[in-house]
Ligand binder design. Structure first.
Ligand SMILES: Cc1cc2nc3c(=O)[nH]c(=O)nc-3n(C[C@H](O)[C@H](O)[C@H](O)COP(=O)(O)O)c2cc1C
Length: 202
């Protein structure tokens, strides 16, 4: 079982990366293989018409698609910025078509906020981001509010009550994601999915 993690902050030392690294560690402790793409460390070019050409700046794309295709499920981590998911995350989805390896695979949305926000990320990703690539967001989600006070390696920086709550909630969400990853593998192999007949969603 392999889970791909996409980190959507544009900041290299982001709280989203902190959360993603924690989730990656937990997935590994649940015997999942992981792959992590931090869009601040490895930014993707904005979509243009040469996307598929294999030419600069798109030569990296087959490697990225290989990682997506070999993953069974995903965690999409995005901070809430100006009440939105980041443009890096939205561009990632713009680059992913139905053949990119997301189709009919489960994903756990993980929204991150320094305060009491985060819900707009959930709303936005569930509204727009999956139509053509056919990613399946599971009904559980993580909204990591007041992120500065949880998931810190130095326990003195954590709010004990909030940290314990999020550790438990994250553990539950990840176990659910792995169960969906197992289940949707059977669906993809079941002969019903027709990505060539219906390349774009309605
Ligand atoms: C440009 C920008 C806009 C932001 N807008 C919001 C917002 O709308 N809602 C919110 O809860 N936090 C907002 N924040 C604060 C983030 O929640 C905070 O930076 C948090 O650490 C997550 O971002 P990070 O993963 O880049 O660290 C914003 C931060 C930046 C840099």
């Amino acid at each position: 079982m392999k889970i791909g993690i996409v980190v959507g902050s544009h900041r290299r030392d982001s709280q989203s990366r902190k959360v993603a690294l924690y989730l990656e560690q937990q997935l590994q402790s649940l015997n999942a293989e992981t792959w992590l793409h931090d869009l601040a460390h490895d930014p993707l070019p904005l979509w243009d018409e040469n996307l598929g050409s294999g030419e600069v700046p798109w030569a990296f794309l087959p490697g990225l698609v290989e990682q997506l295709q070999s993953s069974d499920g995903f965690v999409i981590v995005s901070p809430e910025w100006h009440g939105m998911a980041t443009s890096a995350v939205k561009n990632f989805f713009l680059l992913c078509n139905v053949q990119s390896g997301l189709a009919h695979k489960p994903a756990l949305i993980t929204a991150v906020s320094g305060g009491d926000g985060g819900a707009y990320v959930v709303s936005e990703l569930r509204t727009s981001s999956y139509k053509n690539n056919r990613l399946c967001y599971i009904p559980e989600q993580l909204v990591v509010r007041n992120v500065g006070k949880v998931f810190n390696a130095d326990s003195a920086e954590n709010d004990p009550e909030a940290h314990t709550y999020f550790v438990d909630r994250a553990g539950y969400s990840l176990k659910l994601l792995l169960a969906y990853s197992e289940a949707l593998g059977a669906l993809r192999g079941g002969g019903v999915v027709d990505l060539e007949g219906y390349p774009n969603g309605m």
